[in-house]
Design a protein around this ligand. Structure first.
Ligand code: NAD
Ligand code: LMR
Length: 340
């Protein structure tokens, strides 16, 4: 039988380019909603992450223990556990370092993300309540839509429980960044992974604000009309997938990729790596919105430093102005629900 090697040597064996030997390389990650369209490929990616030593898969679906059994046969070190239904939630959450939440219903054609609020709000509230009591120091990464409202809900729940740390609650907007880089890579004819592009604001329609003027390398588009077209495509990319899936749900695979990327960044920060930067939707005092997405520096305590969003051109200032009423409304909806 095979003897598992220590995590660090496995990382080298797998060809991982960067990892820290100073940190513990030994984190427990929970995926809440692990049996879903996002949850399964997200768990698949996290099972391969050398920083993850324990991967708890939680869902209410009957298939959950099977998803965990399936993953556990992969020859990577992370130990996988399956937890089905509310009575097994506490055991999933306890001792977690990072809890990623893709639990909840996705859109169908014709729906907005806000149409998901009524179903998803109580799901996120209940999960946050368990995090408050069983792993109050865990980082929370919320994928569930509408993200703009779910982050305020989780934050209010943690506040009520007296354990809120604004540096540890993240709305996952990574997919907007991934999409922007993919589209710019295509336009410029370069590897999209070489593109750095901040996307700020929130995660729905007009609240998604790609800062194309800050793209590195610069976007090779000649006129403002094309810039506006690309901006709209990034804002509506989720709807593009919803329509293409024709009733079969929304983005799952690219979201799993993006969720794994943000989770990895949180773990790298926890593990003491420097210069770990991602965009995320966090508690903020940069604008009049109490939560706002932009690049943040991640570290041992979560959000180490809010890096702001730099200089906006006139078009981007206009986009921000248009986003603000919607973002404020989404945040209020979440806060009102949690305060009920
Ligand atoms: P899905 O229906 O395929 O999976 C959702 C899973 O959540 C299911 O397995 C379901 O059993 C589970 N679930 C439901 N209630 C639960 C509860 N109380 N506790 C634990 N698990 C529960 O949906 P999906 O495609 O994986 O999408 C999930 C969510 O992610 C949706 O709200 C979707 O809108 C959102 N999403 C967000 C982004 C983003 O960029 N942030 C991108 C894509 C999708
Ligand atoms: C996305 O951007 O793909 C997600 O928010 C899912 C959706 O409903 O569009």
């Amino acid at each position: 039988s095979r003897v598992l090697k220590p995590v660090a040597s496995v990382a080298v064996q797998n060809g991982a380019k960067t990892f820290s030997t100073s940190g513990q390389n030994n984190y427990k990650v929970v995926v809440a909603g692990a049996a879903g369209g996002i949850g399964q490929p997200l768990a698949l990616l996290l099972k391969q992450n050398p920083l993850v030593s324990r991967l708890a898969c939680y869902d209410i679906a009957p298939v959950t223990p099977g998803v965990a059994a399936d993953l556990s046969h992969m020859d990577t070190p992370a130990k996988v556990t399956g937890h089905k239904g509310p009575e097994e939630l506490a055991s999933a959450i306890e001792n977690a370092d990072v809890v990623v939440i893709p639990a909840g219903v996705p859109r169908k054609p014709g729906m907005t993300r806000d149409d998901l609020f009524n179903t998803n709000a109580s799901i996120v509230r209940d999960l946050a309540q368990c995090v408050a009591s069983k792993a109050p120091k865990a980082m929370l990464a919320i994928i569930t839509n509408p993200v703009n409202s779910m982050v305020p809900i989780a934050s209010e729940v943690l506040k009520k429980a007296g354990v809120y740390d604004p540096k540890r609650v993240f709305g996952v907007t990574t997919l907007d960044v991934v999409r922007a880089a993919a589209f710019i890579g295509e336009i410029n004819g370069v590897d999209p992974r070489s593109v750095t592009i901040p996307v700020i604001g929130g995660h729905s329609g007009v609240t998604i604000i790609p800062l194309l003027s800050q793209s590195q390398p610069a976007v090779k588009l000649s006129d403002q009309g094309k810039i506006e077209e690309l901006t709209k495509r990034i804002q509506e990319a989720g709807t593009e997938v919803v329509k293409a899936k024709a009733g079969g749900g929304s983005a799952t695979l690219s979201m799993a990729y993006a969720g794994a990327r943000l989770t990895n960044a949180l773990l790298r920060g926890l593990n003491g790596e420097s210069n770990v930067v991602e965009c995320a939707y966090v508690k903020s005092d940069l604008t009049e919105a109490a939560y706002f997405a932009n690049p943040v520096l991640l570290g041992k305590n979560g959000l180490e430093k809010n890096l702001g969003y730099g200089k906006l051109n006139a078009y981007e200032q206009q986009l921000l102005k248009e986003a603000m009423p919607e973002l404020l409304k989404n945040i209020k909806t979440g806060e009102d629900f949690a305060k009920k």
